[in-house]
Design a protein around this ligand. Structure first.
Ligand SMILES: [Zn+2]
Length: 645
């Protein structure tokens, strides 16, 4: 989900303010409201006795009211040896009229403190299906009067004037409008959403619109069906006077419907069409990067609702503000959040960090000149405070969980850092594709993601996670440099803003000279790193991290007092190379015998990327010259120079 700080007159990507994911604020407020109203452990245990297979939501809803009535049928498979009680969450604002199980048998329902249950006449045995239909009515507006932050809301758009009623259940608010089990790891295999409303309205929902049935008294029923697994908080409805705007994306030779429900207002579609028309090229581009759009058998679309942002409801994003960043963010969630959902709320960065990164990727795909400013804005937001980690433990600390700065921006920047560490885009995107395949229509944890990343890259990411994910703060590089004849000398001093004492990271330095530039990639494996390289042009400027790969600050200044390398500072590592100089083979000690190594030339280009064999490395293919070998195998890290003869 994403909400934007609205500053009228400013473009979304203006650099004068940092992008704010105000959904965070909304979720913080909302979580406080609903926390403690969600099921307790005993109730969760009861509900974990079954696996939800199917919901048929059948409700009467109008665009100007939060009063609803109807029924929800649930089919679930019994997971325990005997299930004698069927429990479900439903807000106490609702009155349950009756509960009917298969064969029309009515059961007595108990309903208090937002939890309902029925006791079966005969216990249900393991693997059998239970089929329960709950008839109810009530006012689903639990947070009455709140402009945002209700599971079920009605309101008018301040910009367009249109009325709408819509649901927004993340994280724990589905129970405010329908009887459900709010457990992330129990995805529902299929959901039918049938909404009856006045025939001047349209009703949007997840899946495919199978039918629109005209009913007496100027009513109409919208019948949506989805047969792809969905998490409880990604089921939604939106009812308003809409016009339908349809476009198509083209993936794998097929056309797929993009179905937008736009306020029925002459100016709305005309104004928003250019932004909405980015959806198809983004969807095609993301399909190339992450794998085919996961819900291609159904559709994608937007349904407008009067709130300041977007929410990634599966196949039908609810959207209040339509701009490039929000369209990209919510579309990215269809892969990261919907298709693969965070396993627990502690893993929420896997939803929000990747969706935030999708804003950047969409710019890379469609408007590359704007991408650097976007990442710079993300970094500046992260560095607006000196500390804070993406990781958190306390899920009762709501403001931390949905921290805009950490869960959205720092996590988005972290994904960019992982791409940089891999230093191989085809591998990076192959891993993201595999992540989508391995956890398709399921859930994944931080551990699951890190394990896959390490298995596929054959690289240990413990250090990277320790400093950027679990660790706090960011590095500042103070660089001094000088050029004497054909040699450039550079010394970089790293200080850090918080508790992480050193960020062991490659750092790029762009050296600008008359008629061109070159970029070095140096391993910053100590707080102070010295470097020299041959340069037969006159350097005029050094730029630190010119491509905004890592969260950092820095300055580079020419210092004529640097007249040579302080060799004693170069090799504070256990890693040794023998012989040096060498001809065909070097032996690298002080590391594991089969560590992964990278050999860089003097321009920072990778010349060899391989694993050591018994500590040996074949360098016969290298041209004579100076090289650096970088080793990262967890505890033994370093970057050591050698000469090929
Ligand atoms: Zn989001």
């Amino acid at each position: 989900m994403k909400k934007l700080l609205i500053i009228f007159g400013l473009m979304a990507f203006a650099t004068t303010y940092a992008q704010e994911h105000f959904c965070a604020t909304h979720k913080q407020k909302y979580f406080q409201k609903s926390y403690g109203k969600a099921a307790n452990n005993q109730q969760l245990n009861l509900m974990n006795g079954y696996d939800v297979k199917f919901h048929h939501i059948n409700l009467n809803i109008e665009r100007n009211s939060t009063v609803i009535n109807g029924n929800v049928r649930t089919i679930a498979q019994v997971l325990v040896n005997q299930l004698d009680t069927f429990g479900f969450e439903l807000h106490s604002n609702h009155t349950i009229d009756s509960v009917v199980i298969s064969a029309g048998e009515r059961l007595t329902v108990q309903h208090q403190s937002n939890f309902g249950y029925v006791v079966f006449n005969q216990p249900k045995i393991k693997n059998s299906l239970v089929d329960v239909t709950i008839y109810y009515h009530g006012d689903a507006s639990v947070a009455a009067g709140a402009a945002i932050g209700s599971g079920f809301t009605t309101g008018s758009s301040t910009r367009w004037g249109n009325q709408a009623t819509w649901s927004l259940s993340q994280p724990y608010s589905a129970y405010e409008w329908f009887p459900c089990k709010q457990a992330l790891q129990d995805k529902i295999d299929s959901v039918y959403t049938y909404i009856t409303t006045s025939n001047e309205n349209k009703a949007g929902a997840i899946g495919v619109l199978k039918n629109i049935i005209n009913l007496p008294n100027n009513k109409v029923q919208y019948q949506w069906q989805s047969t792809l697994a969905v998490d409880y908080y990604l089921i939604s409805i939106a009812v308003a006077k809409y016009v339908e705007y349809n476009t198509y994306a083209h993936i794998d030779g097929d056309s797929m419907l993009i179905q937008d429900y736009i306020y029925d207002n002459p100016a709305t579609l005309t104004t928003l069409k250019p932004e909405l028309d980015n959806t198809a090229p983004m969807l095609e581009g993301f399909s190339n990067l992450f794998g085919k759009y996961p819900f291609w058998k159904e559709k994608y679309g937007h349904a407008m609702a009067p709130f300041s942002g977007g929410m990634e409801h599966q196949t039908m994003t609810s959207i209040g503000i339509v701009n490039f960043g929000i369209v990209a963010h919510e579309l990215g969630h269809q892969w990261f959040g919907d298709h693969v959902t965070c396993k627990t709320w502690k893993d929420i960065w896997l939803n929000e960090g990747f969706a935030t990164y999708c804003e950047y990727l969409a710019l890379e795909l469609l408007s590359p000149s704007e991408a650097p400013a976007d990442m710079l804005a993300v970094h500046n937001t992260v560095m607006s405070q000196p500390d804070g980690s993406i990781w958190f433990d306390d899920t009762t600390n709501v403001s931390r969980m949905f921290s805009s700065r950490l869960t959205y921006n720092k996590a988005g920047a972290f994904v960019h850092i992982l791409r940089y560490e891999l230093n191989n885009d085809s591998q990076f995107f192959a891993i993201l594709k595999l992540y989508q395949q391995q956890f398709a229509f399921g859930t994944a944890s931080t551990f699951d993601f890190k394990t896959l990343l390490e298995q596929q890259s054959v690289k240990d990411f413990t250090q990277v996670f320790n400093q950027w994910f679990y660790g706090e703060g960011y590095p500042t590089f103070n660089v001094s440099w000088n050029q004497i004849n054909d040699t450039l000398y550079l010394v970089s001093n790293q200080t850090t803003s918080s508790t992480t004492p050193l960020f062991i990271t490659p750092v790029e330095f762009k050296i600008t000279f008359a008629g061109g530039d070159t970029t070095l990639r140096i391993m910053h494996n100590q707080n102070q790193v010295w470097f020299k390289m041959p340069l037969n042009k006159v350097a005029s400027l050094i730029t630190i991290d010119p491509n905004n790969w890592i969260i950092n600050r820095g300055t580079a200044t020419k210092d004529v007092t640097i007249v040579g390398l302080n060799e004693s500072n170069q090799h504070q590592t256990n890693i040794k190379i023998f012989p040096n100089p060498a001809q065909n083979q070097i032996q690298i000690t002080g590391v594991n015998a089969s560590s992964k190594v990278f050999v860089f030339d003097a321009l920072g280009k990778v010349q060899i990327s391989t694993a050591l064999k018994n500590n040996n490395l074949d360098i016969s293919a290298l041209n004579p010259g100076i090289y650096w070998v970088e080793v990262k195998d967890g505890s033994n890290q370093g970057c050591v120079k050698f000469v090929k003869q």
